[in-house]
Design a protein around this ligand. Structure first.
Ligand code: ME8
Length: 661
């Protein structure tokens, strides 16, 4: 009999930016459930990928002076690097620029068109370019900003193809009501039901205002709008209209894991498209919450984006995976902070787990010269430990089944603590002094090793390196590597007379203050390097005085000068940038808008002194990332020979935003 399948997906990510810890959150969760199902004997399929078309990407590519394909190739390579470093073992990575995907999406469009479910009309309304979302007039307030992200909307009026989504509203409602697991968690299901009940409009599915997309098969002036293109990845990757055997094997998906921001697309648009194609719907769409930082939602312009690669470098991938899965209840919003991460590493990983392993292996070395002892007669305390292990594996499995990663790990840690308590109850260090207690001591240490084997196996869905490290230290590496979930039912698996092998601490404790000091130190060094480079180039400038001829070449034309947009800005607030001695982050008022700038003013002006000052800025300078903060422009200041700074300011008070010419 062939194995039962389990097919899980993450959203496919936009290569418009580098990925942050929020993306790592979804993908780690998907990886964890896929590993668990694999251990349970399922034929698993874990799909992730990249969503490479659309106006946003076309613009980003243009900004970096590249062809869109060249641009996405470069960014997608960074995704793959991150997933490798985080130990994400996807089975397939789909790119929407893949030849097969593009061909099948065109066929899907054609099918829907031939069926009469796609028709040509005119679209007029609001459009949010960053979210790639259209909004009806009634959904938009007077500020004319995107109801989702709050950024300014653009009014678009264009010919567009529409998908008859309204036609499927009743069937969809019925499906949601008959399949309570279809939308999870439950609170989000009610939200979606209300949305459908308030009436579904037909959906604009093509665009004429940009080119970077899949060409529409029925009209070459249109490209297929991003949601048909993106959502179809879940079936094109599984062989829809290209490899029917594979498709029938894996489809429908068991779980689409998505962030709450795109739940609506997955529970309304996507099932409607599938119904129109006469295909079965995915069994479940799970909308998880946001991973926020202490300063709110991660955003490049606020400069609070947490880079997972840096965290992996500093703490190791297992600590990051543990934190992501343990800290925030899957479904709810949660907060990332480095303090909380370090706290988890120290208390759960170093203290509870690391100490258990270290104490156990050290005692086997001390009392049995590193040879695994044979277990002897059982006492009540031993039976209780085994029974707790049995219950733990059942509970962890049940929690994982419902995607409750947090409670699954909580259950597992209760068992880790139970093992530590077993040491305190049985006091092996006292038995060790008494020759006649050798057998009892051997039984206790055997049980501890067996408990550690259980822990290592139960950790396999969550962590990548730790189960192997535990396996190596307790002398059961192969056994743990191959272990399935079923193997947890056996307690007495370790071979007496095999050897333990003491290794490094699993998770060294981290001193919070020391960590932050070190971080500041390395940022300072980085800053000095930048300054050093500047000083070098200044020296070089002085060395080579330009000739009269060269000076002429340095002249710029009036046309060039006109390109500079100089404006008056008023400083609203100023603050130090952590880790830098010289930089301040300024928020400035430009009349119509507020911006943030990074300026090397610390040591010259105090934060208080700057507040309310009118300054001059270059307003159309390309934004730059400095110390993790995006600087949207540059202020002008004069610097004399001894390095004193003086800000350029208008002589009289003028309105912020005034042009300088
Ligand atoms: O939306 N916390 O791509 P995207 C938790 N291409 N999850 C977060 C997060 C955060 N702070 N930030 C992002 C798209 N995510 C589309 C998807 S699917 C057919 C097309 C996660 O690159 C979350 O899962 O903007 C969110 O839904 C996804 O990244 C969006 O990534």
């Amino acid at each position: 009999m062939s194995k039962e399948t389990f097919y899980v997906t993450t959203p496919i990510y936009y290569p418009s930016d580098r990925l942050h810890i929020g993306h790592a959150y979804t993908t780690t969760a998907a990886d964890s459930i896929a590993r668990f199902k694999e251990m349970q004997g399922y034929d698993t399929m874990f799909l992730t990928g990249s969503d490479e078309h659309g106006q946003k990407i076309e613009r980003r590519a243009a900004e970096s002076g590249e062809e869109p394909q060249q641009y996405v190739n470069k960014v997608v390579a960074t995704f793959i690097e991150l997933w490798q470093k985080l130990g994400i073992e996807y089975d397939q990575f789909i790119r929407t620029t893949d030849e097969n995907h593009q061909r099948v999406v065109r066929e899907i469009f054609q099918k829907l068109y031939d069926k009469g479910d796609i028709y040509l009309d005119k679209y007029e309304g609001w459009y949010c370019t960053p979210c790639e979302s259209y909004w009806q007039e009634r959904q938009v307030s007077e500020e004319e900003v995107c109801p989702d992200c709050g950024r300014p909307l653009e009014w678009v009026a264009e010919e567009s193809y529409f998908f008859k989504m309204s036609k499927y509203a009743d069937r969809l409602l019925e499906h949601i009501k008959e399949h309570p697991d279809f939308i999870q968690p439950e609170s989000r299901r009610n939200e979606m039901v209300n949305f459908i009940e308030s009436g579904l409009d037909d959906l604009s599915v093509s665009r004429t205002t940009f080119d970077w997309g899949i060409e529409c098969p029925v009209n070459e002036d249109h490209v297929i709008y991003v949601w048909i293109d993106a959502l179809s990845n879940y079936i094109t990757a599984m062989g829809y209209l290209s490899n029917e055997e594979k498709f029938n094997h894996y489809w429908p998906a068991d779980i689409h894991l998505v962030g709450k921001d795109i739940l609506r697309f997955h529970t309304i648009i996507w099932p409607s498209i599938l119904m129109a194609l006469d295909l079965p719907l995915p069994k479940q769409v799970f909308g998880h919450g946001w991973l926020l930082t202490e300063t709110g939602k991660m955003s490049k312009s606020v400069g609070n984006v947490v880079d997972p690669l840096e965290l992996i470098e500093d703490f190791g991938r297992d600590a990051i995976r543990y934190f992501l899965l343990r800290e925030v209840q899957f479904g709810a919003d949660g907060t990332y902070s480095t303090e909380a991460l370090i706290q988890r590493i120290n208390s759960d990983l170093a203290n509870d787990l690391g100490n258990l392993l270290n104490r156990t292996v050290s005692m086997v070395e001390q009392y049995f010269s590193g040879v695994v002892p044979a277990p002897d007669a059982e006492l009540e305390v031993d039976r209780d430990l085994k029974e707790t292990a049995r219950q733990t594996q059942e509970r962890v499995a049940a929690e994982l089944e419902g995607l409750h990663f947090t409670t699954a790990l909580e259950e597992l840690w209760q068992f880790v603590r139970r093992c530590n308590k077993y040491i305190d109850q049985t006091k092996p260090w006292i038995l060790g002094r008494d020759e006649s207690q050798q057998e009892r001591l051997g039984t206790i240490l055997y049980n501890l090793l067996a408990g550690l084997r259980q822990i290592a196996i139960m950790l396999k869905p969550f962590l990548v390196d730790t189960p192997k490290k535990i396996g190596r230290q307790i002398g059961a590496q192969q056994n743990i590597r191959k272990a399935s979930w079923e193997d947890l039912t056996e307690w007495q698996v370790l071979r007496p007379s095999s050897r333990v092998e003491k290794g490094d601490a699993l998770f060294p404790r981290i001193d919070l203050d020391e960590y932050f000091e070190q971080k500041q130190e390395s940022s300072r060094e980085e800053e000095l390097e930048v300054k050093g480079d500047k000083a070098e180039s200044k020296k070089d400038d002085k060395k080579a005085k330009p000739s009269a001829e060269e000076q002429k070449e340095n002249l710029i034309s009036f046309e060039d000068f006109k390109k500079l947009e100089l404006k008056v800005a008023r400083v609203v607030m100023a603050e130090r940038i952590s880790g830098s001695d010289s930089l301040l982050r300024l928020e400035v008022d430009l009349g119509q808008e507020q911006r943030q700038l990074v300026a090397g003013l610390a040591g010259h002006y105090s934060e208080e002194e700057l507040k309310g000052k009118e300054i001059v800025i270059v307003a159309n300078l390309e934004p730059a990332e400095i110390f993790g903060v995006t600087s949207q422009g540059m202020l002008l200041a004069a610097e004399d020979e001894d390095g004193s700074l003086a800000l350029l300011q208008p002589e009289n008070r003028v309105e912020p935003g005034s042009h300088i010419s």
